[in-house]
Design a protein around this ligand. Structure first.
Ligand code: HEC
Length: 113
């Protein structure tokens, strides 16, 4: 692709680690929504992430009562438990949280072989 290709957003991550590091900050941020909770508040120690099911997305999630992609799941938690705004689908924030979730899940899988 040459430089004239259409962009999905301004700015980019140069590698996965950069995105995951940015995502960890958001995951721990209690001001991301209005509930005073961070993603970490509920999901510390891998809780409520259903990682033991070893599923890929999309899949059915009980709380949502629907089949969702990872991005849709993130936005459901942003809107409901976090009482915040949905993350824009092409935003660096969405990519960052999804990247950190993947890194966190990989760590879980390493620890639960
Ligand atoms: C008040 C608690 C709470 C907060 C805060 C919260 N979540 Fe959740 N989240 C849940 C619960 C409960 C579930 C489990 C849903 C189920 O199994 O039905 C869940 C499920 C998930 C899942 C996985 C569901 C699956 O089975 O695949 C992801 C991913 C997720 N949350 C991401 C986030 C992110 C990102 C944030 C922060 C932006 C966040 N959550 C904030 C309570 C919370």
């Amino acid at each position: 692709m040459d430089n004239s290709s259409k962009k999905i957003r301004s700015g980019s991550f140069k590698n996965f680690q950069q995105a995951a590091t940015a995502g960890k900050k958001l995951w721990e941020d209690e001001t991301l929504g209005k509930s005073g909770l961070a993603c970490l508040s509920c999901h510390a120690g891998y809780s409520d992430l259903n990682l033991e099911k070893r599923q890929n997305y999309p899949h059915y999630v009980k709380m949502v009562d629907d089949v969702v992609t990872l991005d849709q799941m993130i936005n459901y938690c942003m809107l409901n438990p976090m009482q915040g705004e949905q993350l824009e689908r092409n935003s660096k924030e969405m990519t960052a949280i999804a990247a950190y979730f993947r890194a966190y899940r990989m760590k879980y899988l390493q620890e639960h072989k």
